[in-house]
Design a protein around this ligand. Structure first.
Ligand code: NAI
Length: 338
């Protein structure tokens, strides 16, 4: 049984399927790793998104339970659950957007790179499924280390002959969300009024907030710059330590993932001026992948913005970020090529 919902009886399912097919405008979205710490609140928030008509929840454990639970929400999206590898292809077929928070999270003392061994294989398997079943879907990759898993996904898609760099996005939105929050705190503003570009990658020093480009325009002392940069870079570790072994950021990540996915769907719908930061294939630096602001549209990433003017502090940070990023990218690429 793909899920409890589908076990409830033909007529209910048929009507739901009919509604899903029947012209109600909306996108089909799959979440891979939907029963996890991020996956569950992410599934709940996506079920609340009016742009979603069909929501597929895939995991290797507990997908039927989460699906039954979420499916009782009286919002528009039809929810279907898929459990384990044999149901991966069914979960993916026909999807417009695939969000991947599958994989193990950090415990205190671990870096994101320590997760590579387990998560690299998980991401490889899931991306092989995407190449088979929904090669035109937009992919939002959350599983860490993002700096390596995005290159892994790219290599898998290249091997399958389905790679389109415009449709593969590493999710760095949580870094932006944190940056907006922490900067707003320092400025005494409402975080909703603040926009901080965060470039580079998604781990430690590769997370490079461009505080000289904050909107609304403002300036920071040297101490404020150092405090904010470090707090944004270590935001994930702050949560890992506070959870003391129970995992990493899940709720703020689910929020950030939905914020990002919603922007991708608005781009797909054809809305104008959808600009967000994401870790993508890029020529902005000499590295093959880099996070910058990008414009999202009907085909995914439609424009990649340059870094803009950096101050001295940011230029030094950029060099440091590139060194670590180059190694993480290479590690991901060689995991598939070797
Ligand atoms: P979790 O352990 O609570 O959940 C992960 C889920 O993935 C589990 O339900 C597990 O059953 C599932 N899973 C494992 N192998 C799978 C497979 N082969 N196919 C499908 N599902 C599979 O972990 P949590 O806290 O939800 O974190 C997930 C990932 O997200 C971690 O790698 C974590 O490091 C990353 N993360 C990324 C962030 C970002 O900003 N990009 C922020 C926070 C976490």
């Amino acid at each position: 049984h793909p899920s409890n919902v589908q076990m409830e009886g033909g007529s209910v399912l048929e009507r739901a399927n009919c509604r899903a097919k029947g012209g109600a405008p909306g996108f089909k979205v799959a979440i891979l790793g939907a029963a996890g710490g991020i996956g569950q609140p992410l599934a709940m928030l996506m079920k609340m998104n009016p742009l979603v008509s069909v929501l597929h929840l895939y995991d290797v454990v507990n997908a039927p339970g989460v699906t039954a639970d979420i499916s009782h929400m009286d919002t528009g999206a039809v929810v279907r659950g898929f459990l384990g590898q044999p149901q991966l292809d069914a979960a993916l077929t026909g999807m417009d957007l695939v969000i991947i928070p599958a994989g193990v999270p950090r415990k205190p003392g671990m870096t994101r790179d320590d997760l590579f061994k387990i998560n690299a294989g998980i991401v490889k398997t899931l991306c092989e499924g995407i190449a088979r079943c929904c090669p035109n879907a937009i992919v939002n990759l959350i599983s860490n280390p993002v700096n390596s898993t995005v290159p892994i996904a790219a290599e898998v898609f290249k091997k399958a002959g389905t790679y389109d760099p415009k449709r593969l996005l590493g999710v760095t939105m949580l870094d932006v969300v944190r940056a907006n929050t922490f900067v707003a705190e320092v400025l005494g503003l409402d975080p909703r009024e603040v926009s901080v570009p965060v470039v580079g990658g998604h781990a430690g020093v590769t997370i490079l907030p461009l505080l000289s480009q904050v909107k609304p325009p403002c300036s920071f002392t040297k101490e404020e710059t150092e405090y904010l940069t470090k707090r944004i870079q270590d935001g994930g570790t702050e949560v890992v330590q506070a959870k003391a072994g129970a995992g990493s950021a899940t709720l703020s990540m689910a929020y950030a993932a939905v914020k990002f996915a919603d922007r991708c769907l608005k781009g797909l719908r054809g809305d104008a001026d959808i600009v967000e930061c994401a870790f993508i294939e890029s020529r902005v630096t000499e590295l093959p992948f880099f996070a910058t602001r990008v414009r999202l549209g009907r085909t995914g990433v439609e424009e990649i913005y340059q870094l803009g003017p950096l101050n001295e502090y940011e230029r030094v940070g950029l060099e440091e970020a590139k060194k670590e990023l180059a190694e993480s990218i290479e590690k991901g690429v060689s995991f598939i090529r070797k």
